[in-house]
Each structure stands twice: as C-alpha cells, then as structure tokens.
Write a protein that binds this ligand. Sequence first.
Ligand code: AMP
Length: 301
Amino acid sequence: MAVLVVGSVAFDTVKTSSEVADEVLGGSGTYCAYAASFFAPVWLMSPVGEDLPAEHLAAMRQRGIDTSAIQVVKGGRTFRWVGRYSEDFLDRTTEQVELNVFGDYDTTLAPACRGAEYVFLANGAPQAQKAVVEQLERPRMVLLDTMDHWIENEREALDDVLGHVDGLLVNDEEARLLTGERNLLRAARRMSEMGPRVVLIKKGEHGSLLVADGRPFAVPAWLTETVKDPTGAGDCFGGALIGHLARTGDVSFESLKSAVSYGTVVASFCIEDFSVGRLQALTLEEIEQRRRDFASMVSWS
Ligand code: AMP
C-alpha cells in the first residue's frame, strides 16, 4: 500500500555548536518521505521553487519516492528555515522562517493520490491539511503533525481538522500547549477526545508515548552517542511509523507498537548526519538490525 506525504520541502540552514550546514535539503515532507520509503511506495506532495536543484528530486526518486506531485512554482522560491541548536542539542531556536511557495499553495490532489489509504500530513497550515483530507476517497490512517505556531495562531482551524484525522503526532511541549495538561498521559487522553483515535507524543531523547483506543505504550529513544543534527527526527519517526502501517495494512494497537519501534530506529539514524545524508545511505537491513538491538535494549525477563 502506498503512502501519501504532504509537507514542506525546504532549504535548511542548521547551526550546531561545532558546525553550520548552509541551505541543505530539509523540510518536514522530505524527511517523512525518506523515512517512509524504506517500507512502502511513497508520493510526496509539496510546492517548491525553481531554485531547488533537480538532483534533490532525482535522489528522492532513486529512493523510490514518487515526485510527480511536487509542484515546481514558476518564478517561486523554495521554503527556507534557519535553526540553531544548543551545545547539548536539547534546545532549538528557530532564527528564521521564509514560507515562500509553501505559504499558500494549490492543495488539489492528483487523481492517483486521492486513493491513498495511508497519509501523513506533515507540519503545515491546518487549513491546507483539511483541504487534503477532504479529497481522500478511502483513507485508512491519516496522521497529522503540527507545531506551536499553529496551536497558538490557528487554533480553530486545527480543532476542525483534528475531527477528521485518525492520528495526531506532537512533541511533549506541543501536547501541553494544546491541552493545558502537564501530565502527558492525561494530555494524550485529552487529545483523543478532540478526535484522533491514535495519539503519539515525541519526547526527544526520552523516547515516545503512544495512546490508542485508551491504551498506553511507551518506549525510550535508541541510546546513541552519535548526534550530529537532530533536525527532522520527528518527521522521520512519523514517516517510518506510517510506512510500517502501510506495509502491513494493519492499524491495530499491536501493529502501532511495532510502528513506534520502527519510527524510533529510523529517527535515530536521521540524527547521525546533516540533512538526509544518513537516510540516503541507509538500508532496510540496517534498520532491522538496529531494531533487534533496540528490542534487546528494552526487554527483560
Ligand atoms: P523537526 O526537526 O522534526 O521538527 O523538523 C524540522 C524540519 O521542519 C526542517 O527541515 C524544517 O525545514 C521544517 N519546518 C520548520 N518549520 C516549518 C513550518 N512552519 N512548516 C513546515 N515545515 C517546517
């Protein structure tokens, strides 16, 4: 089963305490599509400007990502984002955002994409996310990602789209902002009451929490000493997760638990390099091996 990813394709400038990556390929849609591509065929829908080098799209196609739904806007400029990390990578400051073509784009789905059953609405305006959901003919699992900007500035539109999706993916701060609850289990339950059957809370280096059908499941993050750039980890978590669901065609609680483990593992690879560097070199065998190691890291008798 194919996955449809709708989200940004961007030029990211990432500043860490030791290095700066200038205008490298990024974007929530990009990371998500790369992560999902290990498990299922993927369509990526996003607007880009004429300034995006064709080789970025060629590399996506090489990974099995269908780029036919990427709209190259004539005379347009691609989305740009500039972020700076603290020395321990625990804090990130957004220094600059230029929406450019991503600010207001045509959300009309190509006919082939309307039949997508597994859909990831990566971070973006809730109005655009709703417009996409409304065109889907037979969705089985629509996951939505959002961020503080939309929670604070577009709350009504966000509440509206939450009533039309199956899953919500947020980080711990966003969960608290959305619900006013400090306790994350309580926050997850509150978010379920807003519509989604599945709620996923990303806790960065502390792992993630899944609450689906009222049942909780928690995993830590993969323990690693190799962090080069955490950008896109959350999108990779979501992409691998929906990719696994599409691969199995199973959206049960047990399948969601496996999907969380794949999400955790692919996110851990993403942060080993800037941009999609590590994802381009990654293989499914490496993912499966780390997932086995992860299983032994978290199990006991
Ligand atoms: P993450 O680290 O998972 O939060 O994702 C970071 C990615 O999201 C970067 O590659 C950015 O280009 C992209 N991004 C940042 N802000 C936005 C936004 N407002 N809308 C869409 N994508 C964004």
